[in-house]
Design a protein. Structure first.
Length: 455
């Protein structure tokens, strides 16, 4: 009979892997987890957490400007990038230590090393050469940003990984891309005072989002002075004569000089050198690990969760997948993650919150759809004089009256969509929204006072 050193070996100390390891250990499993970089993964170390801290920093300039309309005299202000990064780093280190401590308190053996799979039940720890036999292996190695290798000079561009640790704040920034990461970093750099442009091959930002949301963000970004270079690509990068700036050539023949180029064209599953081929684990053409509803690969003893599977690449989804895996395999409580209704936020400025179907998706799936939409000047802007507007949109199936989607653009959209997500997940109807008493005065009250469909 084969003997095993552990019941579960987890490769990857990010949100999904950590949750799976802790829950499995709580169920009594012997668990070992290996992480080659820092505990907390992309989200905590160089993703959503530090990004949100930088977003907060980028919004203070607007707050200072708005204050005058409310009688405040702020006086001269200045911003110090080094202080922001130093304080951000201290907070990330604190969170990383919490992640490691929580693993240890749960009884998980943590290994600070890269680990590779040698067969369906064997993992080798590279720092020591030790071979660990595991009944079950979980791959939770996430994803990594990519650069377009076909662009000459692309090595001069940074990715989101490096953006969090720049020595100085660049004064001129070009962001390549039109997705989550691209629009968020464009908002950050612009808010901190950098002259910022976005270049993208498509016609609009945020492909896959509701069209009204996309239009609202583009209008807001244009008003903020962010350059939107739609329908173009970068054809080459090179060092300027001063040796520090970057000369950018675009597909339309124009050129521009910037201090930093951020490549935010996407991320690929982080599977390089993991030994998945040795174990016979199948991969998709983009490197993602295909799994079934229980996160199991084609090799029965090997599972995968999070961005490495390229299902829905969001931290809370990875956490839920890790939890479901641990409960199913080690807790005797079999369940699967429902990926159909997922609230999410884009921390651009203005902020975006969305859950459920877009209008286009709803019209494809349902015969008769009602659209409730409003756009209004934010109450705060009435005194500040700012241009901020709020968009709220509800998509409803007429036959059942069920709310299929909610889309918000404006301050605190991320906070609002979390609560709206509860209602949509529960299957709330438009009548349920209508009979909910409004909180006044608030922007969110519009979600329960919209009565007349616009389409």
């Amino acid at each position: 009979m084969d003997t095993f050193d552990v019941d579960l070996f987890v490769i990857g100390g990010g949100s999904g892997g950590v949750r799976a390891a802790r829950i499995a250990a709580n169920h009594g499993a012997r668990v070992m987890l290996a992480e080659e970089f820092r505990y907390g993964g992309t989200c905590v170390i160089r993703g959503c957490v530090p990004k949100k801290l930088l977003v907060y920093a980028s919004r203070f300039a607007g707050e200072f400007a708005d204050a005058a309309g409310f009688g405040w005299h702020v006086g001269e202000t200045s911003f110090d990038w080094a202080t922001l990064i130093r304080n951000k780093d201290a907070e990330i280190t604190r969170l990383e230590n919490i992640y490691a401590a929580n693993l240890e308190s749960a009884g998980v053996s943590i290994v600070r090393s890269r680990a590779v799979i040698e067969d369906a039940h064997t993992v080798r720890v590279l720092s020591t050469g030790a071979r660990i036999r595991a009944t079950t292996i979980l791959v939770a190695t996430g994803a990594t940003p990519v650069r377009d290798a076909s662009i000459p000079g692309i090595e001069l561009a940074i990715t989101s990984n490096e953006a969090f640790n720049l020595d100085t704040l660049p004064q001129r920034v070009l962001v390549i891309g039109a997705g989550y990461i691209a629009v968020e970093f464009a908002g950050i750099f612009a808010g901190l005072g950098a002259r910022t442009s976005l270049v993208y091959r498509g016609e609009k930002l945020l492909r896959g989002f509701d069209e009204d949301v996309r239009t609202a963000l583009e209008t807001a970004y244009t008003a903020r002075g962010i350059g939107l270079l739609a329908g173009r690509t970068v054809s080459g990068l090179g060092r300027a004569q001063d040796g520090s700036a970057i000369e950018v050539s675009l597909s339309d023949g124009t050129t521009m000089t910037v201090d930093a180029v951020l490549s935010a064209i996407g991320r690929r599953p982080n599977v390089g050198g993991l030994g998945l081929d040795a174990a016979g684990v199948a991969l998709k053409p983009n490197g993602a690990i295909p799994v079934d509803g229980f996160s199991r690969t084609n090799v029965p003893s090997i599972y995968a969760v999070g961005d490495v599977t390229d299902r829905v690449n969001l931290t809370p989804v990875a956490i839920r997948e890790g939890h479901a895996f641990a409960d199913t395999v080690f807790g005797g409580k079999s369940w699967q993650v429902d990926h159909s209704v997922i609230p999410t936020a884009v921390f651009s400025t203005p902020e975006i919150g969305t859950v459920g179907l877009t209008e286009a998706q709803a019209r494809e799936k349902h015969a008769d759809v009602a659209i409730f939409r409003t756009s209004f000047r934010a109450m705060k802007a009435t005194l500040s004089g700012g241009p901020e507007r709020v968009l709220m949109k509800i998509v409803v199936d007429r036959a059942s009256d069920r709310v299929l989607g909610v889309h918000i653009v404006g301050e605190a959209a991320g906070e609002m969509i979390q609560l709206a997500g509860i209602a949509v997940t529960m299957g709330a109807t438009k009548a349920d929204f209508d009979r909910t008493i409004a909180v006044h005065p608030s922007a969110a009250e519009e979600l329960v006072t919209l009565r007349t469909p616009v389409a």
